[in-house]
Ligand binder design. Structure first.
Ligand code: SF4
Ligand code: SF4
Length: 147
């Protein structure tokens, strides 16, 4: 399992010392104890099999990457797990496809509320609208990825 994960770009899991810095800084673990990057890595190393935890819960915030003292890159492990699960026939949750449709339409992963747009304007921030050319590029990338 470790070599398969590495083929998919996962960092060196064997360098993990189970310190828990990834989990203590994980914004998803803060609201859902079930999702625990330290345990994900620990169970792969210990049992050499796919962990039960859902890798799609990760928000890809990268905080764990910055905090890991061993430079394991827990996010890369989670991304590799997604790929392997997908190859094994484990489809991503429907919210992922909704997200892709949203990106196709607007170029944004998450729609902003009117209040958020107003706040941006009051702070003098630029409008968050993707121009046609950039949106075409985004659609092309998604299409080449099979979406
Ligand atoms: S922060 Fe790094 S070394 Fe510590 S448990 Fe997480 S992956 Fe392992
Ligand atoms: S990238 Fe994923 S696992 Fe790492 S801290 Fe963020 S939500 Fe947690």
């Amino acid at each position: 399992m470790i070599s398969r994960l590495k083929e998919k770009g996962a960092g060196d899991l064997l360098k993990c010392i189970q310190c828990g810095s990834c989990t203590s800084s994980c914004i998803v673990n803060a609201v859902n104890e079930y999702f625990n990057p330290r345990r994900i890595i620990g169970s792969i190393v210990k049992f050499n099999r796919l962990p039960d935890q859902d890798p799609w819960l990760c928000s890809s915030c990268s905080i764990c990457v910055e905090r890991c003292p061993q430079r394991v890159n827990p996010l890369s492990v989670i991304m590799a797990l997604r790929m392997i699960k997908y190859e094994n026939g484990d489809a991503p949750p429907s919210r992922v496809f909704e997200l892709i449709e949203q990106i196709k339409k607007t170029g944004l992963a998450f729609p902003l509320s009117n209040e958020a747009y107003e706040k941006r304007r009051s702070l003098g921030l630029p409008e968050l609208e993707m121009d046609e050319e950039s949106l075409k590029e985004v659609k092309k990338i998604l299409s080449e990825a099979g979406f």
